[in-house]
Write a protein that binds this ligand. Structure first.
Ligand SMILES: Cc1cc2nc3c(=O)[nH]c(=O)nc-3n(C[C@H](O)[C@H](O)[C@H](O)COP(=O)(O)O)c2cc1C
Length: 204
């Protein structure tokens, strides 16, 4: 049964292909009135420039204003943090964060999380979720996977992280790219226990 409580979700967009998944997830989380702590890696900003028409400002403050306007959300709902903002709530187990999603998750970010590198706020936030035994959903995107990628995924899965690879199913008869994006985003929302009707339910 999906939970109606408003959550605080850390969302990291890293430099793998498929940043569209991250933006669609952000849109839905804000529409459903959850609070989002957003982190966008430098590589993700390059990918966003190449894969989308979104002209994302580079500075966190500007990015926050831009995205707050883009998704017409409440000012307090969206907070954008930079890579070395160690005082951000997500940087400590004492901060109030219900769950974290890395979407899409690059193989670099996957590796850093698997080793506990914590060299930037994205890596540290994921490390905090693991140590606090809170929900961590990783949406890796690469193909083919090397042994290193697969070992990192298995290691993280065994630690309790959810490996939700960005590979949409086609059985809902997707007609558009947006349908395929929503397939993956729907799976992420299910993991966050957030009610949605993005996709038909199996068996209905
Ligand atoms: C257009 C583009 C697409 C990329 N796609 C992927 C990808 O699908 N998976 C991946 O692991 N890395 C991909 N990369 C490489 C990563 O961006 C790179 O390894 C980067 O260091 C990741 O850094 P981050 O984890 O800090 O975002 C891509 C890079 C570019 C420019």
């Amino acid at each position: 049964m999906a939970n109606m409580r408003k959550q605080i979700i850390s969302l990291a967009i890293t430099g793998a292909s498929g940043v569209q998944y991250g933006f669609r997830l952000l849109e839905i989380l804000l529409k459903k009135e959850h609070t989002v702590y957003l982190m966008v890696s430098k590589a993700a900003q390059v990918v966003i420039g190449m894969e989308t028409d979104i002209v994302l400002p580079g500075r966190c403050k500007d990015m926050q204003v831009f995205l707050t306007e883009r998704y017409s959300c409440d000012k307090d709902q969206l907070h954008v943090f930079g890579e070395d903002e160690w005082t951000a709530p997500a940087a400590s187990g004492g901060g109030l964060v219900d769950a974290m999603v890395v979407c899409p998750c690059s193989m670099g970010a996957l590796s850093a999380v698997a080793t506990g590198a914590s060299n930037n706020l994205i890596e540290r936030s994921a490390d905090v979720m693991l140590k606090e035994r809170r929900k961590l959903v990783l949406v890796p995107r690469e193909t083919p996977y090397s042994d290193i990628h697969l070992e990192n995924m298995l290691k993280l899965s065994r630690m309790g992280a959810v490996m939700l690879c960005a590979n949409p199913g086609f059985y809902n008869k997707a007609e558009t790219i947006d349908d395929l994006i929503d397939f993956v985003v729907a799976k992420i929302l299910d993991q966050l226990d957030i009610k949605h009707s993005l996709q038909p339910r199996w068996g209905e």
